[in-house]
Every structure is written in C-alpha cells, then in structure tokens.
Design a protein around this ligand. Sequence first.
Ligand SMILES: C[S@@+](CC[C@H](N)C(=O)[O-])C[C@H]1O[C@@H](n2cnc3c(N)ncnc32)[C@H](O)[C@@H]1O
Length: 289
Amino acid sequence: MTDPQDAIDAAADARETGTDPRVYEQTAGNGEGIPFVGAGPGDPGLLTVTGRDLVESADLVVHAGSLVNSELLAAYCEGAETVSSIGKDLEELVPLMRDAYEAGDTVVRLHSGDPAIYGAALEQMDALEHEGVPTYIVPGVTSAFAASATMRTQLTLNEVANHVAFTRPQGTTLEPEDDHISEFVGMGDVTTCIYLGTHAVSETMDRLLADGHDPETPVAVVYHASWPDEEVIEGTIATIGERVEEAGYRASAMVVVGDAVGGEDYERSYLYGGWANGGNSDGSQEADD
Ligand SMILES: C[S@@+](CC[C@H](N)C(=O)[O-])C[C@H]1O[C@@H](n2cnc3c(N)ncnc32)[C@H](O)[C@@H]1O
C-alpha cells in the first residue's frame, strides 16, 4: 500500500491542477465505491434514509466507536461485520476497507454527525482513492444541529445571531494562536458551537473572562444530544465551567455560546412579515426558510 501521506500529497497536487469531474455530477449522497456516511448525532432516527439503506446492505461497517450510538448499529447493521476505528491509524484502516471492497464486500465508513465536521474523512478518502477505491460522502446531521433542536432554539436568530461558528478550543491539536473562540464571541452576533471541548469548558470560559467578555453571556452544554442519556446544562460564561465539572462530563458534549441559546429578544423575521411574499425587486436577497 502507498504511504497514506504520499496519497494525501498526491491528492492535494491533483486538486491544484483541476477539479475532480465528479464534483459536477450531483454527488452529495450519491456515488460509487465506499460511502463515507454521517451517522447523525446519536438517535438512530436521525440517520438519513440513504445512510440507513447503505448500512442495512453493508457487509462491513467501519464506525467511529463510542460516538456512534450502539443502538444504531444494533438497529441497522445486523447483517454486517462492525469494526470500530478508534485506536486504528490510516495504515490499518485503509487496507481493511480496501481489501474488503476488492473482495467484493459492500463497505460503509460511518462517521458521527456529519463527516465534514472534525471527521478526518478526506484523508481516508484520498488514501483509498490512491489505492484505486472510489469513495463518496453521504451527509449527516451534525451534533450542533441536534443541540440546537434539544434547546428548542435556532443557531441563527433574527437580530440576535446572524452567524454560526463551528469551532474547537486550543489543545493538543490546536495551537493557542489558532483558537478563535474569543474572537467569535467578541463579534456579538455569532452563535459559537464548540466541538471537542467538553473536557476544557472551565479553561475556555476562563480565557473568555480574561479577554473581557460579558460574564452573563448565555452558554449551554448539551451532553449526548439526541441520545437517551442526553442532558442539558445551562449557565453563563461565569457559571458554566463549575456546573459541567459538577456533572462530571469530560467528552461528547456540544458547548454553545451566545444569546441564541436562550432564544430571547429576537425580532420576527422578514419572511413572515409580508416582505418575502412581495418578492425582491432585484432578486438580490434570499429569504430565510
Ligand atoms: C470528533 S468530533 C465529531 C463531530 C461530528 N462529525 C459531528 O458532525 O457532530 C466529536 C465531538 O462532536 C461533539 N458531539 C458529537 N456527538 C455529539 C452529541 N450527540 N451531542 C453533543 N456533542 C456531540 C462533541 O463535541 C465531540 O467532542
């Protein structure tokens, strides 16, 4: 097998010289080869219909370990061999999937949430493609959306939050200078959704306080959104760290910072205010849906 790093470098070079023609072939959720499927946030009912059909007909499902609900595997992967990717590197994962695919098995790679968010899907796809195995992506419901549904709010809310940031805190993978949480929060009208930060809620909030952000800014931490043991911890930049520590969560939660958390003080949208029904004179703006 080619060194996965060489395969990744070759794919980057190829992207510099041109776009993969499959990009123009209606490939969201459609394709040939091994699908990289978003399993959604946990509830088996939040897997897409395409994703369910694919895992139901699979011989081998390589999944993201504890981030994929075992109820989903039990419900839809009864006929498949299921293998967790936790603790396996590319050098193990790629031949595992390639060999099964070349032997004629139907292989599915199941990522938690959506593969496009902190999923490390592309490097596996590039390495497989380099080995002659085609791949494609089937999107899923990312955990920020499940957390938003749990909180019965919107991540964008008229006059409250005009933008959403999907981000992660500094740590082993991210240098402090690449941690932009404070900048997002400082913008005021951004809902900041922090992935991979459950273990560091106190430190993250301490940095926000040190940077002078309003201690009363709402924060919610949604543990295992859409799972049977889901829990919501509410607080503010000043209080949430202690509450999460008391609850004992160290992983698998979404940290949402911003005024949209409480769903308060929004203005009704233009959409149901007669504006959209009247049409846009210049067609330059899209209405919310
Ligand atoms: C490696 S990232 C994968 C994210 C995933 N691709 C997605 O779209 O949700 C794992 C992080 O996603 C978040 N996460 C995943 N599932 C979650 C859930 N059901 N509820 C809350 N957060 C979740 C947590 O922040 C966790 O640390």
